[in-house]
Design a protein around this ligand. Sequence first.
Ligand code: F6R
Length: 369
Amino acid sequence: SKGEWATFMDKEIHEQPRAVAETLRERTDASGLLVLDELRIPAHVLREVDKIIVIACGTSAYAGQVARYAIEHWCRIPCEVELASEFRYRDPIVSQKTLIVAISQSGETMDTIQAIRHAREQGAKVLAIVNTPGSTIAREADAVLVTHAGREIAVASTKAFTAQVTACYILGLYLAQVRGNKYGDEIADYLAKLSEVPAKMERLLGQLDPVVEVAHELAHSASSFIFIGRHVGFPVALEGALKLKEIAYVHAEGFAAGELKHGPIALVESGVPVVVIVPTPRRPELHRKVVSTIQEVRARGARTIVIAEEGDASVEAWADTLVRVPQTPTLYMPLLTVIPLQVLAAQVATDLGYDVDQPRNLAKSVTVE
Ligand code: F6R
């Protein structure tokens, strides 16, 4: 039941600290190393992997895009992310050394099922990250990493996304451990920082009034939103735009911050809301560029909504709305920065009087191709 919440989506947004904590639980031994007995693919097979292809649809594919940054950085294995509905049709190069990572909340998405079958026919091993253990994808995969988000009822995915991203970090760190890319104490340190995220999510959920206010302000006036991000902020921007489209029926597009000048900046005119996900100032090479993008859109009259780390003073002058997120390592930032975007979409949809949990034309699991 929804309990105290107006919608399942609201409830599920607030269940994210728990979804992440549950997904992390009981996956380490006393020394802080990962133990994934459930994985069922032997370590020697994982050591041989020379390419990873993540296959998924929609929000789950955006979780995969976040995963790519972590997996390539930690494990030095080339990692591609492909929409399941496109995968088969490009004659993908798949071998016995390819690890397919299929990500699906429902485990019943037909596009993803068909892509898995195609990859397995060519000898690839398939590891499924699913929220539904008995599902078709879980049964057909060689190995399963279960996300413990609990049942997700709202059509728009929220807690399943953050649980998927968490599972991807676990997978990335496990591969780094098994393949010897990282020492045990480094793995333990990465995991310790990850386990601090649920408390940070909890705190963040308590400081989102600016998001609610800007949603009230723009719900009836803005006809289009732009979301921009760089590095792991880029898939978060895509996810923010998808949420707004699917539940509030407002046109929205996500762009890589660096791509704006190659065309999309032409869309920015007076009053257009631009949501910017700002990297930590501790990564100056990323941060500096995103701040200058905010200045550029502001100079063209954009209504800026800036998601930035606590303590980052450099953005204050350029933000019409400023949303603060707790500090965390760059690769983990999507677990936090996505939350204000979920709340923005839910609040705009609510203010417009729509059924947030059951948007028109959409089903919770898409069992047709
Ligand atoms: C968006 C959303 C969809 C799903 C997509 C894949 O909020 O929920 O984009 O992410 O249909 O579904 P699963 O993860 O069940 O394969």
